[in-house]
Design a binder for this molecule. Structure first.
Ligand code: GTP
Ligand code: MN
Ligand code: MN
Length: 391
C-alpha cells in the first residue's frame, strides 16, 4: 500500500468524488425546483473540475471563487472520509429516488414530479396505475422510458445527423444543418441530439421546419414531435431587459425512431445518391431497410425481445442566417457556460447576449456577427472553442 502510483490514483478519485458529490447536490436541487441552489453547486463543481491538480488539503481551496460554506463542508467530508455523508444519505432517500425516476420521464419537470410524490406516487408502476391523465409528451416519455434514459452515442448522433441532412437537403436545397449541444463540444455521449438549421439566404428558412417534420413523419422516423413556432421580433423584444433563457426560434422537440444498425448503415447510405423523388415515393434506401428490419423480428414464434430500433430525443431548431452565429453559440452550451457568458456580457460589457442577438446597452444598438469568433470579439474575449465550453 501507499506506492506512489496508488496514492495518486486515490487522490484522483477523491478529486472526482468531491466533484461528483457537488454535482449530485446540484442535481437534487434542480429536481427539487431550487434552481438557485442548483447553480451554486454547479459552479462549485466546475471550480473543482478546473483545478490543475487534486486537492489534498482544504488550505488549497482558500481564495477560490464559488465555493460556499455548504460546498466546502461537502468537500471536507469527501477529503476526510472518502464520501459526503449528506450526499450518501440523499442518494438513498425515498424522495431523491422518486424525483429521479419521475423526472426521468420525458415531459415531466420538477414541479409535476413533486406534486405526484406528495400524492404518494414514487414509481413508474404507481404512475401508470394512478389514473392521472398524462399529456402527449409524458405518454411518449413513459412508453420509451428505458430508451430515453440510455445515453446517446456519438455514432447514433451521426446517424441521425445523416438523416436530418438528407431531409433538409431534399426539402430546401442549400440549407445547412449544424450539430450543436454536447456533441459539438466533443462529448462522446449525450442525453439528446441537437441540430440547428439555416439557409444562406435570409427568409428562405421560413416554412422549412414544417416540411422537414412532415417528411420525417411520413417516413416513420418520428415517435413524437412538438413544434413551436418562431415568435421572435426584434421590435417587441426589449433589449434593455435581460435576455431570457428561452429563445424564440422555431423548434421541434422530438423523439426519433432510430434503426439499431443505423450507425453502420448510415455510412453506406452516405455513398448513395438519394434523390427527392425517390423519397416522395417512399421507396428510398431508408424505407426499404426499415422494412427489412421490422420483417426480421416478425419471424414465426419469435418474441419481440430485441426490437430493431430505439427511441432517441432530438431537438431541431431553425434560425434565419442573420441570427445564426448567436444561435450556434446559444445552442452549443454548456448551460453553465452560456450562463457565465451572458453574465460577463451584462456585467462587464453592459451588453445583452441572447441566442438571437447581442445588444450594446451603452451604444444602444445591436452588434452584428456572422461567426462565433466575431461575438467573442465584441465581448472582448478570446475565442473559446466548443471543446472548452464543457464547464
Ligand atoms: P446533453 O444533451 O445532456 O448531452 O447536453 P447538452 O449540453 O447538449 O444539453 P441540451 O441538449 O439540454 O442543451 C444544449 C444547449 O441548448 C444548451 O446550451 C442549452 O442552454 C441550449 N438550450 C436548450 N434549450 C434551450 C432553449 O429553450 N433556449 C435556448 N436559448 N437554449 C436552449
Ligand atoms: Mn443536447
Ligand atoms: Mn437538447
Amino acid at each position: 500500500m501507499g506506492g506512489k502510483k496508488e496514492s495518486v490514483q486515490q487522490l484522483d478519485d477523491t478529486y472526482s468524488a468531491s466533484q461528483d458529490a457537488l454535482s449530485l447536490l446540484a442535481e437534487n436541487a434542480e429536481l427539487s425546483d431550487q434552481d438557485g441552489r442548483g447553480v451554486a453547486f454547479r459552479r462549485a463543481a466546475a471550480v473543482m473540475k478546473s483545478l490543475p491538480e487534486p486537492v489534498t488539503s482544504m488550505t488549497q481551496l482558500r481564495g477560490l471563487p464559488c465555493l460556499g460554506e455548504h460546498s466546502l463542508r461537502v468537500i471536507r467530508d469527501v477529503l476526510e472520509n472518502g464520501a459526503s455523508r449528506e450526499v450518501e444519505s440523499m442518494k438513498q432517500s425515498k424522495q431523491y429516488k422518486a424525483l429521479k425516476v419521475l423526472t426521468g420521464v420525458f415531459g415531466v419537470g420538477a414541479k409535476t414530479a413533486a406534486r405526484w410524490i406528495r400524492e404518494g406516487i414514487h414509481t413508474l408502476h404507481q404512475l401508470r396505475n394512478s389514473g392521472h391523465t398524462l399529456n402527449r409528451a409524458q405518454q411518449a416519455g413513459l412508453e420509451h422510458y428505458d430508451d430515453l434514459n440510455q445515453q446517446v452515442s456519438k455514432a447514433e448522433a451521426e446517424a441521425i445527423q445523416q438523416i436530418v441532412e438528407e431531409v433538409v437537403a431534399s426539402v430546401l436545397p442549400g440549407a445547412k444543418v449544424t450539430l450543436t449541444g454536447g456533441f459539438r463540444r466533443g462529448k462522446l455521449m449525450g442525453h439528446d441530439v441537437d441540430f440547428l438549421i439555416t439557409h444562406p439566404e435570409e427568409g428562405k428558412e421560413v416554412g422549412l421546419m414544417s416540411k422537414v417534420v412532415s417528411w420525417l413523419e411520413s417516413q416513420g422516423f418520428l415517435l413524437y414531435q412538438k413544434t413551436t413556432r418562431n415568435s421572435y421580433l426584434v421590435s417587441d423584444d426589449s433589449p434593455a431587459l435581460p435576455p431570457s433563457n428561452m429563445d424564440r426560434f422555431e423548434r421541434c422537440l422530438s423523439i426519433f425512431k432510430l434503426a439499431q444498425d443505423q450507425p453502420h448503415r448510415a455510412k453506406q447510405l452516405g455513398a448513395l445518391p438519394l434523390d427527392t423523388a425517390e423519397h416522395r415515393r417512399g421507396d428510398s434506401g431508408l424505407q426499404t431497410d426499415q422494412d427489412s428490419c421490422s420483417q426480421r423480428i416478425q419471424t414465426p414464434g419469435g418474441q419481440e425481445d430485441t426490437k430493431p430500433w430505439r427511441a432517441v430525443r432530438v431537438d431541431l431548431v431553425v434560425s434565419p442566417i442573420s441570427q445564426f452565429a448567436f444561435a450556434v453559440l446559444g445552442w452549443t452550451g454548456s448551460k453553465l457556460f452560456e450562463r457565465e457568458l451572458r453574465r460577463w456580457a451584462g456585467q462587464e460589457k453592459a451588453m445583452s447576449l441572447s441566442s438571437h442577438a447581442l445588444y450594446d446597452n451603452k451604444k444602444r444598438k445591436y452588434l452584428q456577427a456572422s461567426s462565433e469568433e466575431e461575438i467573442f470579439a465584441h465581448l472582448d474575449l478570446e475565442f473559446i472553442p466548443p471543446s472548452e465550453r464543457n464547464a
